[in-house]
Design a protein around this ligand. Sequence first.
Ligand code: G3P
Length: 218
Amino acid sequence: MKFFIDTANLEEIKEAHSLGILDGVTTNPSLMAKAGIKGRENILKHYKKIADIVPGDVSAEVISTDFDGMIKEAMELAEIAPNIVIKIPMIKEGLKAIKYLSDQGIKTNCTLVFSSGQALLAAKAGATYVSPFIGRLDDISSEGMQLIADIRLIYDNYAYETKILAASIRHPMHIIESARIGADVVTTPLKPLLSLLNHPLTDKGLAKFLEDYRKSQE
Ligand code: G3P
């Protein structure tokens, strides 16, 4: 399973990259705003900075909602770096744009996916990635993880090559459950990623090893 980090914060991206296990980055307009990046030019420059840090795929989201606007933006974003992936919302115009871009060999990430029907359409259009939002489904008393399982089943039935990118991750169990089901990628904020490291028996065991070593040196 690939690990992407879901943030536009350069320090967090650098920290995750320093672990040696980071495969890519996803962003969205809200994450850009949270990182304090304002103005179109600064946003484009920021994508370049992210793409320079991480050699893997970096999702950059369009803000147009019409086909022509999405394609114009996609071309501009794709120019930034070879590892930029165009993130496009699952709406009718977005579906057309994904099909167009995938026919041109430009990588896409179909975002804001909340149903297996939407995921099926994304795969038919040739999306490189589909992003089901687990946490936001959980938030409305739906089972986010069940959506990942349903999409996995559907994609395997037809050997679709679209990668399932589990998004809207809120805690480490979302990552572990996604791995159990067979999501191709998980995109996570830094905190749930670092939480995977933790186990009290690791801390206890290490403290004992270090104590015994110290005693052996007395
Ligand atoms: O990648 C999509 C993700 O950023 C959405 O996460 O926490 O805003 O639901 P969240």
